[in-house]
Design a protein around this ligand. Structure first.
Ligand SMILES: [Zn+2]
Length: 65
């Protein structure tokens, strides 16, 4: 099974691994495309690279958290 969000995708195995991690790679910033390490419940974090875009935990946007 593949989960998608705005052009990104993750396998179920990848998401399952994220659930057990304390930090994981965020969704890509819509402004600059960078991702960063965030907590599993991260929502609307300011992008560290450009300071404009917002990034989220994939687990949040996919409804796992
Ligand atoms: Zn950015």
């Amino acid at each position: 099974m593949i989960y998608r969000y705005k052009g990104q995708q993750w396998s179920f195995d990848e998401l399952e691994a994220m659930i057990h991690d304390s930090v994981l790679d965020s969704t890509d910033c819509p402004q600059c495309g960078d991702s960063q390490r965030v907590e599993p419940d991260a929502q609307g974090y300011k992008c560290h690279s450009c300071g404009k875009g917002r990034v989220h935990s994939p687990l949040v946007v996919l409804g796992f958290v």
